[in-house]
Design a protein around this ligand. Structure first.
Ligand SMILES: C[S@@+](CC[C@H](N)C(=O)[O-])C[C@H]1O[C@@H](n2cnc3c(N)ncnc32)[C@H](O)[C@@H]1O
Length: 463
């Protein structure tokens, strides 16, 4: 039978694919569908037909899976923030672990990767320490402040609740929306490059209770800005909830002119210049970090602690000599390792991140760590030291064959590979296998409940 684009088909979903799509069969053809889980019978509209599989868009549930749960959030299914809230947390975690196993088998052809049970998130809501809300318009051109509607570049869903960061963060969101609507300042329209209000970023120190609010705008500043923004600052700077309170308010201006490099200007309107966050590991090791508004920091503080704990557990067997922390970001992994080894050498492409990493080292009185700015692959070629251990934490794209070749030349017995993408991790482990490194264990850590994302700490050893 010839399938046609747009045709509505009905089928049972029996598995989940990476990316969070449900998988089913229709007329012998594998079909992917969004918003569905194993056990559901769904109706879906075909969107793409390939010789071996088809993709479809969810239309309705004919019979729900007995495992389905009522999502906590009223925007579930409409907002791009969480994709799997209809799935019980235990099932989400099972699906993520299976996905890691499948990636190793299918992509890496590694059938003995020893994928351990996922380290779950104790509190699968209110786990994020950072949210980025956008100002914009909905489909009826009404003023909105919230998240992007999936698949719609310019439509912003007006969110009055969100269970990802905190109650205080939602209160700030709602007060900001009410204030800005009244001020009559206009959201920035990306399609024409006009308007003022672009985004509202809220960062929190989960362990310190500090909250940094960052209002992001264009440089098309309204005439009444100075007097109005004072009122906004007076209102928001007094906001608190339990141990949490607003400690900084920033105003960030983005200047983007056609043909010119985009520029950013930041101004502190209230309070501290940075947000302070702490991380405390099971063994009592504690570090404190000063985070500037745009700086990278792990989004789930408590799970990042567990992730680093895993790295440390694996690392302590090889901490004589120098440890390489490649793709080190703001240096968090290396700084925790430094307390337990002779010396750490961190490499990171982003200059700002390295500046923050050096400041973090100083703030925590850690002096046996050096950070270098540059491309890890190129810089490895110039390093004369031989590490006892190499830790890598690359972006989603993973490593390159060239990078792996360079890593191999150091002859380290062990590699700890921290990865946010099971597919590239599996591919890279297959390359590393060619150089004699065997996967000993893979520890998945769930940093992002209700999404399909999963982080892994993988130990590779040379026999
Ligand atoms: C997943 S983050 C790792 C962050 C860090 N390990 C942490 O836990 O905070 C990946 C980092 O790799 C950096 N990066 C990307 N390409 C790079 C390259 N070619 N050489 C060095 N660093 C790179 C990015 O700037 C980013 O900070």
């Amino acid at each position: 039978m010839q399938l046609k684009k747009g045709e509505i088909i009905e089928f049972d979903v029996h598995a989940m694919a990476f990316g969070g799509s449900g998988i089913g069969k229709y007329e012998g053809m594998t079909v992917f569908v969004d918003k569905a889980m194993p056990g559901d019978r769904v109706k879906a509209a075909l969107t793409r037909i390939k010789p071996k599989f088809a993709e479809s868009k969810f239309v309705e549930i004919v019979k729900p899976s007995p495992d389905r749960v009522e999502p906590k959030c009223k925007y579930s299914g409409k907002c791009g923030g969480c994709q799997l809230q209809f799935m019980p947390y235990k099932k989400q975690v099972e699906f993520k672990q299976q996905n890691v196993i499948d990636s190793f088998e299918r992509i890496g052809k590694i059938f003995d990767a020893n994928v351990l049970d996922v380290i779950e998130c104790k509190e699968p809501f209110y786990y994020r320490n950072k949210m980025e809300f956008s100002f914009g318009y909905d489909a009826d051109m009404q003023f909105t402040l919230g998240m992007h509607v999936p698949g719609r570049r310019f439509d912003i869903l007006d969110l009055t609740e969100c269970h990802l960061e905190s109650k205080l963060s939602t209160d700030i969101l709602n007060i900001t929306r009410a204030f800005m609507r009244e001020s009559e300042w206009k959201p920035f329209k990306y399609s024409i490059g006009k308007g003022f209000l672009r985004a509202l970023y809220i960062r929190e120190g989960k362990r310190t209770g500090e909250v940094l609010v960052n209002l992001v705008t264009s440089d098309d500043v309204p005439k009444n800005f100075d007097e109005e923004i004072k009122k906004y600052v007076d209102k928001v700077s007094t906001m608190s909830d339990g141990d949490q309170k607003v400690t900084s308010i920033y105003w960030t201006t983005i200047i983007s002119k056609r043909g010119q490099r985009r520029q950013t200007k930041e101004k502190v309107l209230f309070g501290k210049r940075f947000l302070t966050e702490k991380m405390i590991l099971e063994n009592g090791d504690e570090l404190s970090f000063d985070i500037l508004p745009q700086a990278f920091f792990q989004v789930n503080t408590y799970q990042a602690e567990l992730l680093y704990q895993e790295v440390l557990k694996l690392a302590t067997q090889s901490t004589n000599g120098t440890v390489f922390d490649l793709f080190c970001g703001t240096g968090t992994i290396g700084l925790f390792l430094a307390k337990h080894c002779e010396k750490v050498l961190g490499i990171e492409l982003n200059e700002e991140a390295v500046k923050a990493a050096r400041e973090n080292a100083q703030k925590n009185n850690i002096f046996n760590i050096d950070f270098y700015v540059g491309d890890a692959t190129k810089m490895l070629g110039d390093i004369k030291e031989f590490p006892s251990l190499i830790v890598v934490d690359p972006p989603r794209a993973g490593l390159t064959e060239n990078m792996i070749k360079h890593m191999n030349s150091f002859n380290a017995d062990r590699i700890i590979y921290v990865s946010c993408n099971p597919s590239t991790l599996a591919r890279d482990c297959a390359w590393l296998k060619e150089y004699g490194y065997k996967v000993k264990s893979v520890q998945p850590v769930d940093m992002f409940p209700h999404t399909y994302h999963i982080e892994n700490v993988c130990l590779l050893e040379r026999d």
